[in-house]
Design a protein around this ligand. Structure first.
Ligand code: ADP
Ligand code: MG
Length: 314
């Protein structure tokens, strides 16, 4: 559906995008993830044909963005960063205006506008001035603008920035719903957000792609080992017997002895081992009472920083 091939973008001497390539298939919800200044908006502006790359190719729905810009652009609905313009229009006026800009068939216009207002949950506020809406509703108006003309592809630049938690939840479920009918690219600098909404993540930093994967795999990749902390009763050597009996277990080490005579151990295993289950079963067999067990996953945020660090070293 979208192909970005060896795209470089320079602003003067500054290289904002450095030879990036990726493909997006129909129906995917892709997250473009990276810190501020990474090049997310630049990438999106190039895919939408809003700005031109310095070199490289962008193919959208089979059309080369440079040679067949008109046709390519017709397939794209774009929601730029920030709040919508035209704040002195009502919601309905804005969406109607967008429909005129995108040359939606006159006879269908009214119906299409209402359909989009319904889809984005804006029916009840359609007569309000955009400027009087909450930030969350303004974001929906932007989204409605992007939906005009039935584009196959939706490009949403930081769709949840500046929203409160309730609004964020609402916008996320709206994006998921839209993702059923559209190919979606959204950008974010928040990893947990992207991992909740998207089925694929492209991590970008300093104009370079540092990783592309599913949210789950990204986590596994960087977490590597599987580590849990277990607090048990004083075991009198029983714990040593466990080691050979759990397949995939690499090490057991004493972390600390508590005042109540319990001991905390850290266990490490291969990443595909369901360590908690194994420990639970095997410790019971050996008659070791478990007081506490916790998994020591690196969070996705840690993963993100690690990938970026590694990318920077290359
Ligand atoms: P992001 O959206 O990931 O925050 P951008 O794509 O907006 O990043 O910007 C990437 C880099 O390019 C930043 O360092 C930014 O300062 C720079 N940049 C963006 N737009 C321009 C421009 N029009 N002129 C010069 N530099 C720019
Ligand atoms: Mg940006």
């Amino acid at each position: 559906m979208i192909e970005v091939k060896n795209v470089t973008k320079k602003y003067g001497n500054f290289v904002a995008l450095d030879d990036i390539s990726f493909k997006i298939n129909e129906g995917e919800i892709i997250g473009l993830l990276g810190p501020n200044g990474a090049g997310k908006s630049t990438t999106m502006n190039i895919i939408t044909g809003y700005i031109e790359q310095t070199s490289g190719e962008v193919i959208v729905a089979g059309y080369d963005m440079e040679k067949k810009a008109k046709k390519a652009k017709r397939e794209i609905g774009y929601m730029p960063e920030g709040v919508p313009l035209y704040t002195d229009l009502t919601v309905k006026e804005f969406v109607t205006y967008m429909a005129e800009l995108k040359r939606v068939n006159r006879k269908e216009k009214k119906e299409k506008v209402q359909q989009i207002l319904k889809e984005t949950g804006l029916e009840d506020v359609q007569k309000k001035l955009i400027r009087n809406l909450s930030r969350g509703y303004k974001q929906r108006v932007s989204m409605a603008g992007a939906l005009v003309g039935d584009p196959k592809i939706l490009i949403l630049d930081e769709p949840t920035v500046g929203l409160d938690p309730k609004q964020i939840t609402e916008i996320r479920s709206l994006i998921k719903r839209l993702g059923k009918k559209h190919t979606v690219i959204l950008s974010s600098h928040i990893l947990s957000e992207v991992s909740q909404i998207c089925n694929k993540v492209i991590i970008i930093n300093k104009g370079k792609i540092v990783a592309t994967d599913t949210p789950d795999n990204l986590e596994k990749k960087v977490v590597g080992n599987n580590t849990i902390y277990v607090t048990v009763e004083d075991t009198e050597g029983k714990i040593d017997k466990v080691k050979d009996k759990i397949k995939g277990l690499k090490s057991i080490e004493l972390v600390k002895e508590n005042e109540d005579k319990t001991k905390q151990y850290v266990l490490e295993a291969d990443k595909n081992v369901d360590l908690r289950k194994k420990v639970f079963e095997q410790f019971a067999k050996e008659g070791i009472t478990i007081f506490e067990m916790k998994k020591a996953d690196a969070t996705l945020e840690d993963a993100f920083m690690k990938i970026i660090d590694e990318g920077g070293k290359k």
